[in-house]
Structure formats: C-alpha cells, structure tokens
Design a protein around this ligand. Structure first.
Ligand code: SAH
Length: 202
C-alpha cells in the first residue's frame, strides 16, 4: 500500500515560488506515504486536518486512504496548487485559507502536519503544535532532529503523550539560493502523539 501511494504522490506539483519566510518545503512522497499508511493502521484516518498544508501532499495522501481531509494554509498561491493537485488525483479535500492560529473545527480530528521548522523564525512550529493540541485527538507531526525533548515536554504540558518517534533523513531540494549543494540531507523526527484520555489502541 505504501509504495502505491508514494508513486501516486510523485505526480503532485510542488511550490511555484517557495516563500522563504513561510519555510515552504514539500514533504517527500515516501515520507508522506509512510505517515498516512501508519495513521491508517492505527485507525487515525477519519477526519484529518493538515495544518500548513502547502501544496497539499499530506491532506491529499490522507484523502486517498479514505479520510475526510481539510488543508489549511495562509498562502493562497500554495492553496491554488493544492486544489489543482487534489483534482488531478480525483480526491476531495477541503482547503481553507487562514492562519493556523485562527482555524477552528467542530469534529474530533487527527492533525497531520509538516510545520515550519522555525529555522527562519524561531519557534514558528509552536503555534502549529498549540493549535494541534487544541483541536486534535491524535497528531502526526514532522520536526527537525533534536526536537524530541521539546515535543515531549510540550505534549505532556497539554495532556498528550508521544507514543512513537520515527527518525528519517530527507533530501532537501535546493529550493533557495543560499543552499550550496543541489541536495542536502536533513535529519527529521516524526512524532505520533495522542490525547491522554482518548481511548487508545494499546
Ligand atoms: N505541509 C506541506 C508544506 C510544508 S511547508 C507539505 O508537507 O508539503 C510549511 C507550510 O506552512 C507552508 O505551506 C506555509 O505557507 C505554511 N505556513 C507557515 N506559517 C503559517 C501560518 N501561520 N498559518 C498557516 N500556514 C502557515
């Protein structure tokens, strides 16, 4: 299942003019496929909110596996591409243009996100985590390596528990001119987090 999804996701368009201040990078399709197939196995793929969805890969991947998916981003240009991407693959995703801090949803949901790492703007990922803790029962989130303590502590403070940490090296395409090599590898950590009082698989 993972491989098939990965191949389909390869067809998606990325950012046209990535905006540095928004830290726009596309999640590699193999990582997106890994996350959604795991989420599906854990039974976490009913209503999915992709905070900072960019060109939509995580929301679209969730929709492919049957989720009711919502993508949220401040960048209208990115959302235009995301809509085109969803259409291309024939899946329904609801895209919402707003800052994550103003986003609200009524249903219980799973947040799947690749937030800004806070390299340009320190702690840019904090607002994303705060919103996820506010709206989600389960959270899948990608952070730069070395975030484990911070994520665990923040989860704990908000009544959540980190159940899994997966480590990956992902190739970062040379999207911005300050990168010298065409590709560089960066180490990332993917977390599965759940609300403590939610009924769990364990
Ligand atoms: N989730 C996409 C994009 C990741 S890049 C993917 O996995 O491929 C981070 C995204 O967060 C960008 O699209 C950027 O526009 C968006 N973003 C940054 N700050 C935001 C904010 N405050 N509110 C909503 N979206 C934001």
């Amino acid at each position: 299942m993972k491989k098939e999804i990965e191949i389909v996701l390869e067809k998606l368009e990325g950012f046209e003019n990535p905006k540095l201040f928004l830290e726009q990078y596309v999640t590699p399709s193999n990582l997106a496929a890994f996350i959604v197939t795991n989420a599906k196995l854990f039974g976490d793929l009913e209503t999915v909110v992709d905070l900072g969805c960019g060109t939509g890969i995580l929301a679209i991947a969730s929709a492919i596996l049957g989720a009711f998916a919502i993508g949220v981003d401040v960048d209208i240009e990115a959302l235009r591409i995301a809509r085109r991407n969803a259409k291309k693959l024939g899946v329904e995703v609801e895209f919402v243009a707003c800052d994550v801090k103003n986003f609200e949803v009524k249903k219980k949901c799973t947040v799947i996100m690749n937030p800004p790492f806070g390299i340009q703007k320190r702690h840019a990922d904090r607002a994303f985590l705060e919103k996820a803790f506010e709206i989600a029962e389960k959270i899948y989130t990608i952070h730069s390596a070395g975030s484990e303590e911070f994520v665990k502590r923040t989860a704990e403070k908000n009544g959540f528990l980190v159940t899994h940490v997966w480590k990956f090296l992902i190739p970062l395409r040379k999207t911005y001119s300050f990168h010298e090599k065409p590709f560089e590898e960066i180490a990332v950590e993917v977390f599965r987090i759940e609300r403590k009082n939610s009924v769990s698989w364990r």
